[in-house]
Design a protein around this ligand. Structure first.
Ligand code: G1P
Ligand code: ZN
Length: 543
């Protein structure tokens, strides 16, 4: 087997976004495109000679082909061992688990998360460091810089490695170890949660439905919920991973997990419902006739962590991304722990967790997690909820409503305008910034602007600064409007508008959030001149 040095030319569009490099499958299939990026990773992540890396993905279209290329390139670049999930599968949280457990140099995760898959869908690749978390900006920037000057890449001239069975294979001087993608992750979950109590709950008449959305969590959920925790066979729906996710967006929200939502909102529906996304790091939580917002979920997990064995020794602190609602801040205040506000994207939580400052963290975008790994974790959140339900023996709705009564309710919604023209979207952001000097103190409807800025974050651990992370209009009394442009889209721009108000009075807590927030939603549209600048009269997705 010979190592080939293939001449290549840089592509100009390989700057990683919120969560790695994400493009259309067809872009990745262009000659040298994937190879250039993989070589740029290997050139930018320190000395990899003889080291071990983890490789796996969410099973989407092009996953297997990409893994074979990465294996051949890893061997040619002197890597000692590659650990690959069987059939090329590893959920993002499982990849993080394996990187940490076996103390590997890092890992490459192939996923475009919740974006659609298939030949015309999206593909993605990201690098995680030895702590199991997404590479920090310093490294993703180095990868990008390298991709702009790359002249050749190294690849071994070898046949494909069989990935369908666990075992060890030699590829040149490198070992490929095909591992069970579920085992290490399931073991970690057993350490954190009270499996006996959850088993009793699930075998005692409590009905659960989990929607794997034809994505990666099917095998994980079947093993953990059905095999180990005794949930009835068939609890896991859409449990077989498909390369095109059955043609759907594997995104666990009210819009894309419709069938599950309908079940939970029907007469005969189960007591608890949950779903996860393409690569298994997101979660949606539903009770009977009840939807739990991700922001409320984070607040609730924090308030009830003392019921869960893995967290009984206490919580160091919590973190949320800036646009995530302030519900968790109130819990942190009462618990007397720190609450950090970071830019969007999981990579910012890593430093805080490594430094022991934070135990739980989350984002409004259906992501919750803890320091057990360095990624958000869909099934972990589901198990956390099941553990709380097993301990409190109340319904989801009762638990959440009790929480609101105690802390007040943060009404919250996110309005997304997808596939907007990039210049129009940037125009909105500029127009908003231009208004800053005259906004503070101004009255808009019944709200008075207290402060406005473009969010900037200085990492308390390494001192690095990230600026322009989203425009915040903060009102007196705790209401907010936040505008930001997505960093994960692949077509045009996605404008996200996050709207939030706070109401301490339990008599108002039953309102529908869209209604409760209507005046603020109108202000948000007007202030950004969203209709006139984009021609859109309503958002594409409301969550
Ligand atoms: C979106 C979410 C963000 C999440 C990211 C990766 O990023 O908003 O919270 O971390 O996906 O799952 P965005 O498209 O907003 O940049
Ligand atoms: Zn994801």
């Amino acid at each position: 087997m010979t190592i080939k040095q293939i001449p290549t030319q840089p592509f100009s569009d390989q700057r990683p976004g919120t969560s790695g490099l994400r493009k259309k499958v067809t872009r990745f299939q262009q000659p040298h495109y994937l190879e250039n990026f993989v070589q740029s990773i290997f050139d930018s992540v320190g000395d990899i000679q003889g080291k071990t890396i983890v490789v796996g993905g969410d099973g989407r279209y092009y996953n297997q082909q990409a893994i074979q290329i990465i294996i051949r390139m890893a061997a040619a670049n002197g890597i000692g061992r590659v650990m690959v999930g069987r059939a090329g599968l590893l959920s993002t949280p499982a990849a993080s688990t394996v990187i940490r457990k076996y103390r590997t140099h890092g890992g490459i995760i192939l996923s475009a998360s919740h974006n659609p898959g298939g030949p015309d869908g999206d593909f993605g690749i990201k690098y995680n460091t030895a702590n199991g978390g997404p590479a920090p900006e310093k490294i993703t920037e180095a990868i990008y810089q390298r991709s702009r000057e790359i002249e050749h890449y190294l690849i071994l001239d070898s046949i494909d490695t069989p990935l369908d069975q666990c075992g060890s294979y030699s590829v040149g001087n490198m070992t490929v170890e095909v591992i069970d993608p579920v085992a290490d992750y399931a073991e970690l979950m057993e350490e954190l949660f009270d499996f006996d109590a959850i088993h009793d709950l699930l075998t005692g008449g409590f009905a659960l439905r989990f929607d794997a959305m034809h994505a990666i969590t099917g095998p994980y959920a079947r093993e953990i919920l059905e095999n180990r925790l005794g949930a009835a066979a068939g609890t896991v729906m859409n449990g077989n991973p498909l390369p095109d996710f059955g043609g759907h967006h594997p995104d666990p929200n009210l819009a894309h997990a419709k069938a599950l939502v309908e079940q939970l909102f029907s007469e005969e529906g189960p007591d608890f419902g949950a779903a996860s996304d393409g690569d298994g790091d997101r979660n949606m939580i539903l009770g009977k006739n009840f939807y739990v917002t991700p922001s409320d979920s984070l607040a609730l997990l924090t308030a009830n962590a003392n019921l869960v064995p893995g967290y009984q020794k206490g919580i160091a602190g919590v973190a949320r991304s800036m646009p995530t609602s302030l519900a968790v801040d109130r819990v942190a205040e009462r618990l007397g722990i720190d609450c950090y506000e970071t830019p969007t994207g999981w990579k910012f939580f890593g430093n805080l967790m490594d430094a022991g400052k934070v135990t739980l963290c989350g984002e409004e975008s259906f992501g919750t997690g803890s320091s057990h790994i360095r990624e958000k974790d869909g099934l972990w959140a589901v198990l956390f909820w099941l553990n709380i339900l097993a301990a409190r023996k109340q319904s989801v709705a009762d638990i959440v409503q009790q929480h609101w009564a105690e802390y007040g309710r943060n009404f919250y919604t996110r309005h997304d305008y997808e596939e907007v023209d990039m210049e129009e979207a940037q125009g909105i952001m500029e127009h908003l910034e231009q208004q800053f000097p005259t906004l503070t103190g101004r009255r808009l409807g019944s709200y008075r602007v207290e402060q406005c800025d473009n969010f900037s974050y200085t990492d308390p651990v390494d001192g690095s600064t990230s600026s322009s992370q989203g425009i915040r209009i903060l009102f007196e009394g705790g209401s907010r409007i936040v505008y930001r442009l997505s960093g994960t889209g692949t077509v045009g721009a996605t404008l996200r508008v996050y709207i939030e108000s706070y109401d301490p009075d339990p008599r108002n807590h039953q309102q529908d959030p869209q209604q409760a927030l209507e005046p603020l939603i109108d202000i948000a549209v007007e202030l950004g001149q969203i209709d006139s600048r984009t021609g859109r009269t309503r958002p594409s997705v409301i969550t």
